[in-house]
Ligand binder design. Structure first.
Ligand code: BGP
Length: 461
């Protein structure tokens, strides 16, 4: 069968500033939470590797962009590092950073690669975190000012903007599950950060509208369908609560301009609702997006809890569900994640049926492989498993598009194997292999394959 994609479909990959730039303490960059946390707890990072050892995009962006061109990328997403552009979070703009991002954007455009730019990919400036990060409304204004600075500096050339990448992850990691700084466990504070992130997003969107730039603005969400174990009422309820907490908490405000009533009622019932100020509702309504980025790696499967909750333990989402391991599920054994390709179709169909068929694209999808060096043969990573992974997801995307989904692109996570927060270089995702010792990049088999399908705008299978 032939899988031909619509004209002008965006093919490419995604990365982020802190994960690729390196130069964490040079070029005038301020400290962010990752630099700070590494100093105090290096043991939290796989093999003690920090963002300083990210893949040197700051230095090698020109040749890296050439490598993108070589595999026929027509688009690429990265982020701007807030702490590089405005080292203190507010105030003076760092001219070296302006110069750097200008050069990155211009080089991409020269190579025919559309820059998709995200403003925040997990990397809060430390000066802002010291004030409470997104718990503090002052920091929301600082973020909105930073966003405005970016729009004014780069908005003449950047036509695809994203306010946040996976905004729920810093909430989960930093305030519930202990995998991001500041390692707090407090649901109400988590809910406050989530709520304030939505407000910050809306402030940036309305600023963008005011400037009347010729482009579009959206958000990147990690949408993970919550499949219930069975059709039993209790399992359905568990999956509904997961959907409200992990998907709709950002999806509804971003697309509908308001929160789901059920989520508000649930948080209220448990005394976890953040402080709501006059004018917030109107502000949230102004945050409606033009386009949505969807990150999808694995499904969430859940069942009703079997045991009672310890009422003295901290309130967490798991009060309402337990993870469910479906017998016979297909696994990526190299990452321990389930592979469920149809999930991507379910997300796109849900958006078409319930969210006005918002223009969207797959902003991240990919297969992490620990110990990928074992697939090195004759100097090349033979990652047939990644080709299968991408191809099977693309087939479901194709089907969703045929049924009317407004999906306009596909980006793999990631371009060159990159540093990934606490996992550092544990799981490899790139089209290009990175030799950590020499920083040399070499094309994997999947990169060769992707170059062909990008050029042909589809494939036969
Ligand atoms: C996504 C993030 C990325 C990236 C990826 C891989 O959720 O947006 O920043 O790091 O996950 O994660 P890991 O290396 O933990 O497998």
């Amino acid at each position: 069968m032939k899988y031909q994609f619509p004209q002008h479909f965006y093919w490419g990959s995604a990365a982020s500033a802190t994960q690729t730039e390196g130069a964490a303490f040079s070029g005038g960059k301020g400290e962010n939470i990752w630099d700070h946390w590494f100093k105090s707890e290096p043991n939290r990072f796989h093999q003690g590797v920090s963002a300083t050892d990210a893949s040197t995009f700051y230095e090698h962006f020109r040749s890296d962009i050439q490598l993108m061109k070589d595999i026929n990328h027509n688009s690429f997403r990265t982020s701007i590092s807030w702490a590089r552009l405005i080292p203190d979070g507010t105030g003076d703009v760092n001219p070296e950073a302006v110069d750097f991002y200008n050069q990155v954007i211009d080089t991409l455009i020269e190579q025919g690669i559309e820059p998709f730019i995200c403003l925040f990919h997990f990397d809060m400036p430390m000066k802002m975190q010291a004030l409470g990060g997104f718990e503090n409304r002052y920091v929301l204004q600082a973020y909105a000012d930073y966003a405005e600075t970016c729009f004014r500096l780069f908005g003449d050339r950047v036509k695809h903007w994203f306010t946040f990448n996976e905004p729920i992850v810093p909430v989960e990691g930093g305030y519930l599950y202990d995998f991001h700084y500041p390692n707090v466990l407090d649901f109400r504070r988590a809910a406050t950060v989530a709520y304030h992130t939505v407000l910050a997003h809306a402030m940036a969107v309305s600023k963008y509208r005011e400037l009347k730039l010729n482009g579009k603005i959206g958000i990147v969400l990690n949408l993970t369908p919550s499949y219930p174990r069975s059709q039993h009422q209790a399992d359905l309820e568990a999956s509904n609560i997961c959907d409200l907490m992990f998907n709709r908490s950002f999806l509804d405000p971003a697309i509908r301009g308001e929160y789901p009533q059920q989520l508000v009622a649930l948080l209220k019932q448990y005394g976890q609702l953040p402080d709501i100020h006059d004018g917030d509702r109107e502000l949230i309504a102004q945050g409606k997006i033009d386009l949505l980025g969807i990150n999808y790696y694995q499904p969430r499967r859940v069942k009703a809890r079997l045991s009672a909750v310890n009422p003295n333990a901290p309130f967490v989402p798991e009060w309402f569900f337990e993870p469910y391991e479906m017998p016979g599920r297909k696994m990526n054994p190299h990452r321990g994640w389930e592979i469920y390709e149809k999930g991507i179709y379910d997300i796109l169909t849900n958006l078409r049926e319930h969210y006005g068929n918002i223009p969207c694209y797959i902003s991240e999808n990919g297969m992490g492989v620990e110990g990928e060096e074992k697939f090195l043969k004759d100097g090349q990573i033979q990652d047939d498993y990644r080709i299968d992974f991408i191809r099977e997801h693309l087939k479901w995307i194709h089907r969703a598009i045929e049924e009317g989904s407004a999906c306009f692109g596909y980006h793999l996570w990631t371009f060159i194997d990159n540093w990934s927060w606490c996992n550092a270089y544990k799981n490899r995702y790139g089209f290009y292999r990175l030799d950590l010792a020499t920083q040399q990049r070499s094309l994997k088999k999947s990169g060769e394959w992707f170059a062909q399908i990008s050029e042909a705008n589809g494939f036969d299978d």
